[in-house]
Write a protein that binds this ligand. Structure first.
Ligand code: NAP
Ligand code: HSE
Length: 428
């Protein structure tokens, strides 16, 4: 029997213990599939005395993840602590410097430091893999890196934050306002320690930036993702969207246009009967489009112990099999710095605004849109009792620049009350 592949696991929370459970439950199956046993040598967490619901007695304990990363009896360092800097970064760097392979689920760290870490790993002859960092149990990194490697990828889209999809779905199903459902999500333990990562769209943007790198051969460019969260989505928007045959999703879109790499994470309208429109609760979905294959839709659990540990094991098993793929699908040094193109691809837009109910108000808004080159496809004004009229407009395809221009025009008409809401409508 060949030598075992020996893991050192830093982080024994939801995902880390999930990995321990899989390795303990499936030792025979993993050996049969890889041709060698996969074992755990040592583990690390903050609190040695915590009951973690798993038997850890056979493993050495390290208090310091960096010490774990440097152990001679560890072949693969599995980083499952989280955090974009601090111990996670220090220990991964230590593992790479020691020539060890690394598996991580840490999207925040990779979105900020993935390029440097990947270059370091390649220089050291090590691999750095991160299937679990994007869309939990969905094997989307594998799909892009391997299954679709013969395609020029034309577009990547996805709902990649389960918490936001839970909040939006629950608002629609229960007719509850954002604030109430946010509090429910908090009670259910869905929210990150810093909830802004979820509802502000940042966590999902981290994931989109990682997918973009593989899809388009570009250096990870998180700082150029145009990010909008779901905090301003109202129950009225959800109802109005439904009324017109759409649902609101926090949707990531990445594509290369004539102006460069466009990456945006924002609440969008999608047709109710589309695959994304049918996505319930905390589920994730990633849509990949390639020039040869057409459209691929991947759907599944985006978080949780089993699904995320399943993805970690996919990387571990690749390494056990001797499959040594570059972190972002091609050598890190060959990734190019993308020119950034802000939402150049035209889509229809949903606009909601409140107008003063007086003669000529609608005409002024229509003229303001027309002056910005925005053409109206559909328009509704809802019954109202007060002096203000809620108006919905669906435009023909236009660019974000034109919409921003149009909204600017609207606000100086003197008939629009408050800030208009503008959401892109994506065809999927
Ligand atoms: P978690 O439940 O909070 O567990 C984190 C673990 O790391 C804990 O065991 C903690 O120790 C340990 N830890 C934290 N700081 C440490 C330090 N300085 N030294 C040693 N150990 C330390 O987190 P998680 O949900 O498992 O997430 C782990 C990673 O997976 C994160 O990068 C996360 O973004 C990613 N991820 C998670 C999910 C998910 O569904 N949970 C999905 C996809 C990706 P103690 O237990 O002693 O406090
Ligand atoms: N906060 C993340 C989510 C966890 O809600 O999808 C999984 O990455």
């Amino acid at each position: 029997m060949p030598d075992p592949l020996r893991l050192g696991i830093a982080g024994l929370g939801t995902v880390g213990i999930g990995v321990v459970h899989i390795i303990q439950a499936h030792a025979g199956l993993i050996t049969a599939r890889t041709g060698r046993p996969v074992t755990i040598t040592a583990v690390c967490a903050r609190d040695r005395n915590k009951d973690r619901g798993a038997d850890l007695s056979g493993y050495a304990w390290e208090d310091d993840p960096v010490a774990l990363a440097r152990r001679d009896d560890v072949d693969v360092f599995v980083e499952l602590m989280g955090g974009s800097d601090g111990p996670a970064k220090a220990s991964i760097e230590a593992a790479i410097a020691s020539g060890k392979d690394v598996v991580t689920a840490n999207k925040a760290l990779l979105a900020l430091h993935g390029q440097n870490l990947a270059e370091g790993a390649e220089a050291a002859g090590a691999v750095l893999r991160f299937e679990a960092a994007v869309a939990g149990g969905i094997p989307v990194i594998k799909a892009l890196t391997e299954g679709l490697a013969g395609n020029a990828i034309t577009r990547v889209m996805g709902v990649m934050n389960g918490t936001c999809n839970y909040i939006l779905t629950r608002m629609e199903n229960a007719g509850l306002p954002y604030e109430t459902v946010f509090a429910e999500a908090d009670e259910l333990g869905y929210l990150e320690a810093d909830p802004t990562l979820d509802v502000g769209g940042i966590d999902a943007a981290h994931k989109l930036a990682l997918l973009s790198s593989i899809a388009f051969g570009t250096r990870v460019s998180f700082e150029t993702v145009d990010i909008r969260g779901i905090e301003r989505v109202t129950i009225d928007d959800i109802r109005h969207a439904a009324d017109m045959g759409y649902r609101i999703k926090l949707l990531g879109v990445a594509q290369v246009t004539g102006r460069g790499l466009e990456q945006r994470m924002a609440p969008c309208l999608v047709p109710v009967d589309s695959p994304l429109g049918q996505l319930p609760g905390a589920t994730n979905m990633v849509v990949l489009e390639g020039d040869a294959v057409g459209q691929i839709v991947l759907r599944g659990a985006g978080a949780g112990e089993g699904p995320t540990a399943s993805a970690v094991m996919s990387d571990v098993i690749d390494i056990a099999r001797g499959l040594r793929l570059p972190t972002f699908g091609q050598p890190a040094r060959s990734l190019v710095t993308p020119a950034t193109g802000r939402a150049a691809a035209p889509t229809p837009w949903y606009l909601r605004m409140t107008l003063m109910d007086k003669p000529g108000a609608l005409a002024k808004v229509a003229a303001a849109l027309g002056d910005a080159g925005v053409s109206i496809d559909r328009m509704r004004q809802y019954r109202h009792d007060e002096a203000f009229a809620p108006v919905l407009i669906v435009t023909h395809k236009t660019t974000q620049d034109a919409i921003d221009h149009a909204i600017g025009n609207c606000t100086v008409t003197g008939v629009v009350v408050g800030d208009p809401v503008a959401l892109a409508i994506e065809a999927v």
